[in-house]
Design a protein around this ligand. Structure first.
Ligand SMILES: CC(C)(COP(=O)(O)OP(=O)(O)OC[C@H]1O[C@@H](n2cnc3c(N)ncnc32)[C@H](O)[C@@H]1OP(=O)(O)O)[C@@H](O)C(=O)NCCC(=O)NCCS
Length: 166
């Protein structure tokens, strides 16, 4: 079943009072989608529907920032676009929803290079075939940075999915 991406965007001037998504018990982490007050610039969220039912929520940070403290990071300029958060509804997990969401976002933004700092989801980003980069500073490790690979890498990722999962 194809996914539908619905943008929820607002002006930065109203982000303190604007609510990106209604409250839902289908998600575990209301801290990021219940308020846009932490957004940098104009808040930009994406609602993901499958057959009319919401299955995931995403927040972009446009363009987002790549930390200079991460080692061997390729040069990514103004084309970068950060997936600040992605969360799949608890009941919809482990059936490739997040995989299809990220693929759909990549397809929708062919001129951008997506990246994300993993919040406890290194296994997922690694599954996508995105390359990991690590905080080189001493001390507690920062979140792993994953950057969308070149188009060849994306084709390899697609080949790992059965046609019905695309
Ligand atoms: C991480 C998350 C987005 C994955 O969503 P999903 O739709 O279940 O992921 P997919 O079904 O597309 O997973 C594809 C593959 O990624 C890997 N993967 C997914 N979730 C994983 C997890 N929690 N731990 C380790 N590997 C995981 C697996 O290899 C999986 O394939 P498999 O199910 O055949 O083993 C979802 O678990 C979630 O919303 N978690 C809470 C919020 C969060 O951590 N977001 C990420 C912030 S960066």
């Amino acid at each position: 079943m194809p996914l539908e991406l619905v943008d929820h965007r607002a002006d930065a001037a109203v982000k303190q009072s604007w609510t990106p998504f209604p409250s839902s018990e289908d998600y575990e982490h209301p801290d990021w989608w219940s308020s846009a007050s932490g957004a940098v610039g104009d808040p930009w969220f994406v609602q993901v529907l499958e057959n009319g039912t919401e299955v995931a929520r995403v927040q972009f940070d446009d363009p987002g920032g790549i930390s200079p403290h991460y080692a061997r990071v390729p040069t990514v300029g103004g084309e970068r676009l950060e997936i600040q958060h992605i969360e799949v509804a608890a009941a919809a997990r482990r059936r490739k929803v997040a995989t299809r969401v990220v693929r759909a976002l990549v397809n929708r933004h062919p001129d951008r290079r997506l990246f994300a700092y993993s919040g406890d989801a290194d296994g997922f980003w690694g599954f996508l075939g995105w390359e990991p980069f690590y905080d080189s500073r001493p001390g507690p490790a920062g979140r792993t940075l994953f950057i969308q690979p070149n188009p060849e890498g994306l084709r390899k990722c697609a080949a790992r999915l059965r046609p019905r999962q695309l």
